[in-house]
Design a protein around this ligand. Structure first.
Ligand code: SF4
Ligand code: SF4
Length: 235
């Protein structure tokens, strides 16, 4: 019997906003490229997302104000990540107790520090699970909250009904994130399956900007490519 309903009920009790089920059997090599052998052999992934409070994101243009950047760093990032890690851990225990193989992936830890890459791309899993598309800003864009959502993934071999077709790319001619980036790191190209992140984003420009902020701000945050997206502003 498929476990989607039981998992959804469990996750909703943790007040998450997004739940998706991805068939990852076709993506084994792609996943292993970053995650190594530990991520191989799972049929599915559960994608879990929590929306960032819009009241925090809306103020990001004033992020030189420590009150704004502290709120974003704390309640727009750190606390949501803790909640996601805990939720993934609960789901993992729930499935393990029923004898399913399960691997909760850490939410924002970079296992490849140089290139800022995690074990598994939570954005990619959310995309395969039908929750949104990869935007020109390289973030996962949902129809309801735009990119204002943080995601985590749990890999498993539990029986799940998965999504057949991911959402199509809906950035169209929009370039709001390109214009909003203070260092011109976003190149304005639509996501194409198989292309490298560098084709769309000059990651080093973004990283250097962030390193510069660290020198003179208590809470170095940017997020302008997240704040500017019209799909998020609508929410
Ligand atoms: S986080 Fe800031 S610097 Fe980095 S890509 Fe987004 S807008 Fe540009
Ligand atoms: S701001 Fe526009 S181009 Fe950038 S991710 Fe959002 S919809 Fe796509």
């Amino acid at each position: 019997m498929k476990m989607n309903g039981k998992i959804t009920r469990l996750l909703k009790s943790h007040l998450v906003d997004y739940i998706g089920f991805a068939d990852i059997t076709r993506y084994q090599d792609e996943l292993a490229r970053f995650g190594g052998e530990i991520v191989r052999g799972y049929k599915s992934a559960v994608s879990i997302g929590i929306a960032i409070p819009g009241s925090i994101v809306d103020h990001l243009p004033d992020r030189s104000d420590a009150n704004v950047s502290c709120e974003y760093r704390t309640h727009g990032y750190e606390v949501l990540n803790q909640r996601l890690n805990l939720t993934a851990s609960f789901l993992s225990s729930y499935l393990n107790n029923r004898n399913y193989r399960t691997l909760p992936i850490a939410v924002a830890d970079r296992t490849d520090e140089e290139n800022a890459l995690p074990t598994v791309s939570h954005k990619m899993i959310a995309h395969i699970a039908g929750l949104g598309w990869i935007g020109k800003n390289c973030l996962l864009i949902t129809r309801t909250h735009g990119p204002r959502v943080r995601f985590i993934s749990v890999l498993t071999d539990a029986p799940l009904r998965t999504v057949d077709d991911p959402l199509p790319q809906e950035c169209g001619e929009c370039e709001e994130c390109v214009k909003a980036c203070p260092v011109g790191a976003i190149k304005g190209r639509n996501y194409v399956t198989g292309e490298e992140r560098e084709d769309r984003l000059d990651f080093m420009k973004c990283q250097k900007y962030f390193e510069g902020l660290k020198k003179h701000r208590a809470y170095p945050v940017c997020g302008m490519c997240l704040q500017a997206c019209p799909y998020g502003k609508r929410s």
